[in-house]
Design a protein around this ligand. Sequence first.
Ligand SMILES: Cc1ncc(C[n+]2csc(CCOP(=O)(O)OP(=O)(O)O)c2C)c(N)n1
Ligand SMILES: CC(=O)[C@@H](O)[C@H](O)COP(=O)(O)O
Ligand SMILES: [Mg+2]
Length: 642
Amino acid sequence: MSDRPDTPLLDQVQEPGDLNKFSDAELRQVAHELRAETISAVSQTGGHLGAGLGVIELTVALHAIWDAPRDRIVWDVSHQTYPHKILTGRRDRIRTLRQKDGLSGFTKRSESPYDCFGAAHSSTSISAALGFAVARDLGGAPEHGIGDAIAVIGDGAMSAGMAFEAMNNAGSLGKRLIVILNDNDMSIAPPVGAFSNYLSRLYAEEPFQELKAAAKGMASLLPPPFQEGAKRAKDMLKGMAMGGTLFEELGFSYIGPIDGHDMSQLLPILRTVKARAAGPVLVHVVTKKGKGYGPAERASDKGHATAKFDVISGEQKKAPSNAPSYTSVFGKELVRLAGEDQRVCAVTAAMPDGTGLNLMAERYPSRTFDVGIAEQHGVTFAAGLAAGGMRPFCAIYSTFLQRGYDQVVHDVAIQRLPVRFAIDRAGLVGADGATHAGSFDVSYLTNLPGFVVMAAADEAELMHMVATAAAHDEGPIAFRYPRGEGAGVDMPDKGVPLEIGKGRMIRDGSRVAILSYGTRLKEVLDACEALEARGIRPTVADARFAKPLDRDLVLNLAADHEALITIEEGAVGGFGSHVAQLLANEGVFDDGLRFRSMVLPDTFIDQASPADMYATAGLNAPDIEAKVLEVLDVAQVGKRKA
Ligand SMILES: Cc1ncc(C[n+]2csc(CCOP(=O)(O)OP(=O)(O)O)c2C)c(N)n1
Ligand SMILES: CC(=O)[C@@H](O)[C@H](O)COP(=O)(O)O
Ligand SMILES: [Mg+2]
């Protein structure tokens, strides 16, 4: 029992162990206070509100029953871990969430010992938890030992192949492993797929409805290995045992579905699991995304991602937009093209709104496919569509396309299939931080034979690149564009296909040429304005294509200038590396050309505003200005060693 009755219970929790003094009734009060604190904090920071509200009771129960960090709680995606962070000693920093030098929006090992495994990309938790379980049994982490390994995974994340790969392996190893399936019947959008339908059947059937009605006072409803010491209702148990068949066939004991907001179910059932689990156990918990906050519960995305908001009204405080988002430009141009050509179709991996394919789905539902969180399948599905004569656009964020890279190589590139890759969130993305940065797609695509690889410098260029991709049947083609709003340039009525492999001159100058790839072009032009005052007038060109390179443009710029600088929103191994390779192999360096390639640094950059992240990366206008001065040797900046 609390020894400070006049103090809010949450104020008495500095670490999870403090929960042990509370009665079950007080734990319910902790959950109530934790929900209010989560809503208050996210109203000031913005972020992933809905998922966290859906696991308030589960988070309290897990930390009250288990002993983290010795017991490893691995959160899948971990966008739902704001309550977990509040309970694990970070309440004082929770309002720095997703900000420069603040808390990450996801679990992060370097941030807290209670974050035993980093996440953000989905469906990794069961694999990681199994790793901890096996390490435990092999005597890993001898200093403190490893207790239980617990994966908390959502219904959306559970639908990904990787989750089943892990279940398959766990079921055969037979190690004690606890998987909590947090089933709120939501992904970012409503869930899709046969697996989601299967889960819905589990709690639509009579036993769960009866359980909800009779839940009060129910000690527990558990499969035979757990029946000792707990009351059971035969008719419901039979239903549940039937319900868990898929998981049981994979070697798991299945428990559930149980009401994830009713602690009179959660606490006794999880305590029994902790006391009696002998091998892999899956506890199916049914929750509501956005639970306990009306505006989130009523939102179509259940408050998945929110801006800062007014707690009373729920009204979001969004900055006024000055230009269309790149995402909306892509989505609208694709709808236009799909109207002209029945072969145009689209594939998203559980992110219809984030990719702008919601527009395509509204207009052409029969040609728009949400494959769930299944990027690997999505890429090869698109390859099949292309092989079948369609013109598929596979719209996947840069970072998430990493999940399907082998499929890009093996199923698309080697077969030279005309899949169009719309790569959104290219470059640094801001609040989601390093796990979501679109840093590597230029590097990992330009090394593939036959690929055409483009980057839009602004939203007008993006429109043209969508049209270029639609018209390109000779093989795979990709175009990238950043998160957020465009540069505010004049927009054409429609996209006009570009000549493959041709860049464009932006402005003539002398001595130094800057060859930009992607949306750093705006920073380049800002730098040029500053350089004018020094009497330096760089030539500027927009490469448009990283593959095939515009050889003539590169070689002419090199021939006509003392120095050539490339710049891109990507890691080494991309555009600049290919330009360097060309110049080297053409012997241009032999004639003394000074060359610099400005790329993202060889480090992962934590969350901040995109502008701050690019400042950290050294890719903003002042950095470009300094690079020009250095390469022209007119400043002490970066003075070349003697
Ligand atoms: C590999 C990968 N693809 C896409 C995403 C984007 N994403 C973040 S959360 C989410 C939905 C997760 O649904 P679920 O697991 O049910 O969690 P819930 O939000 O419902 O709690 C998606 C698709 C991701 N994080 N990782
Ligand atoms: C948690 C997750 O992976 C997604 O919600 C992601 O944060 C979406 O990113 P955008 O906000 O850029 O669409
Ligand atoms: Mg879900």
